[in-house]
Design a binder for this molecule. Structure first.
Ligand SMILES: [Zn+2]
Length: 503
């Protein structure tokens, strides 16, 4: 069987003002034809998994950018055209496996993922099409209608991309006769509450696993979604593809999610209190006992979540570290101008104003004086559970020894999906006292194995855990927890108490 593989992958934070162009895709993941196989075979990515599962995969096109602001119209249209042209040239095809993140927003294209599948469907005809989706996808009915199978990640921090790619490929190869049901719950959840091994997602995913184990059930996803892509598809999505009773099963899973809605709440600490707590933790010294860890305290800069599209130049935690007299921290900061200044200056000791440049929200900048330990371009391959083998280009990097510790200034935005980005610049993350992680949960795949503690910090930024801070314009309403949700707003007959959590 000739199975085409490809996709366009982007998680769009619609509150970030800077648009995302083709350059950002080319800088991250941009592969056509045979390049796609060379780049992704053997990697822990969706298409890496699909390549393992499909004996005769036909590589089409794959473009991905790091999460960021809305995708420019010309960029989306150029990539979709390339994908379509290559699909047409590859005919006849017996099926498609597409890696689409599921939370893309593109100027002029209200439902980009549905449009991608619809465009390719018109080319390939009635052959099976399976789509992998991120845990943070916001799939709409048009996507579920256009595709035969949706396969969402089941882990956060994400580690099952290759397995889901292989699962999607196996569904295409077997092509079981299914009906599908996609339900959207009026429930908005911030990423910090969505860890797969913590409640409430642990129980929800266990319920999804039980459904998937039933005979005749071929695909089940429980997708908490991406609250920072302001669109009419927002919400917690459940999806079932089954030979019978797909809608009934999806309703049962949706009811399970809804019953646990009150548990999607995040506890954050003000920056100064967070640093004080981290200092107290360090002052205890290395703990004793089998479970104790001597590694860093992670200060989780939740709202400046690079993997959620935020810029990664927020300074709130750095100011708090400086105010509280903390030392031996490691913080990565996106600051191309400071990197350029560090490269231009012949002296080793510099005074730099770093961070806070992308918007007032992320500042003010912080002045640091110190030695520049390292300068130059840095690329690396991820070795951890997140997209193992994926190549990352940090651009030019300057590591500055500041009063609070090492500031890793980067020309490209760098997400803490791994700890390789620190090792690549000569930092041993286990030895730091504090790590500032610009993410919500994703940093755990890099630092989770040795961090002694995490403190979730309430910082300003584009991914606040308090969703009431966001100037939504296009989301559906009402949605829990921002409004009270009535009986008629739910996609299933209500057999549970509606007001158990006080709304
Ligand atoms: Zn995600």
């Amino acid at each position: 069987m000739r199975i085409g593989i490809g996709g366009i992958w982007h998680e769009t934070n619609s509150f970030v003002p800077e648009p995302t162009g083709l350059a950002q895709f080319r800088a991250y993941q941009y592969f056509a034809g045979a390049e796609l196989v060379d780049a992704l075979r053997g990697t822990g990515t969706e298409l890496g998994g699909a390549l393992e599962a499909v004996p005769r995969a036909v590589p089409l096109f794959f473009g991905a950018a790091l999460p960021s602001g809305p995708v420019r119209r010309d960029a989306f249209e150029a990539m979709l055209r390339d994908l379509a042209v290559r699909t047409r040239a590859a005919l006849p095809l017996d099926g498609l496996v597409l890696s689409l993140h599921g939370a893309m927003m593109a100027d002029g294209h209200p439902d980009p993922e549905a449009e991608i599948v619809g465009t390719l469907r018109a080319i390939v005809g009635p052959v099976p099409i399976a789509v992998t989706l991120d845990y943070h996808a916001n799939p709409g009915p048009a996507l579920a209608e256009a595709a035969d199978f949706l396969v969402g990640y089941r882990t956060y921090p994400h580690s099952d991309m290759a397995e889901r790619g292989a699962e999607a490929a196996e569904l295409v190869l077997r092509n079981p006769p299914v009906a599908h049901s996609l339900l959207r719950l009026p429930l908005l959840t911030p990423p910090a509450t969505q860890e797969h091994q913590a409640e409430p997602m642990r129980s929800i995913l266990a319920a999804a696993d039980r459904l998937r184990a039933e005979p005749g059930v071929w695909a089940v996803s429980a997708l908490p979604g991406f609250a920072y892509a302001d669109c009419d598809r927002l919400g917690f999505a459940v999806y079932v593809a089954a030979e019978a009773r797909a809608a009934e099963r999806a309703r049962a899973l949706a009811a399970e999610v809804w019953s646990r809605r009150a548990a999607f709440t995040a506890e954050l600490t003000d920056p100064d209190d967070a640093v004080r707590e981290a200092l107290r933790e360090r002052s205890k010294g290395p703990g004793s006992g089998a479970d104790s860890r001597s590694g860093p305290v992670v200060l989780v800069d939740v709202a400046d979540n690079v993997g959620g599209g935020a810029p990664g130049d927020g300074t709130a935690v750095l100011h708090a570290l400086a105010r509280q007299g903390a030392t031996d921290a490691v913080a990565v900061l996106w600051d191309p101008a400071a990197v350029a200044a560090a490269h231009a200056s012949p002296g080793e000791r510099l005074e730099l104003r770093i961070g806070g440049h992308s918007a007032d929200l992320m500042g003010p900048p912080i002045t640091v004086r110190g030695r520049v330990d390292r300068r130059g371009p840095v690329t690396y391959a991820r070795t951890g559970a997140y997209m193992r083998g994926q190549q990352v280009d940090m651009g030019r990097v300057a590591v500055v020894e500041t009063g609070f510790g090492k500031a890793v200034l980067t020309e490209n935005r760098v997400a803490p999906f791994d700890d390789d980005h620190l090792r690549a610049v000569g930092i041993v993350p286990e030895e730091a006292a504090f790590l500032v992680a610009k993410g919500a949960i994703a940093w755990k795949s890099g630092f989770g194995g040795y961090a002694r503690k995490a403190v979730y910090v309430g910082t300003p930024g584009y991914c606040p855990a308090d969703l009431a801070r966001l100037p939504y314009r296009s989301r559906p309403a009402p949605m829990h927890p921002l409004e009270s949700v009535g009986r008629d707003d739910l996609p299933f007959p209500l057999s549970l108490p509606l007001v158990e959590d006080g709304h």
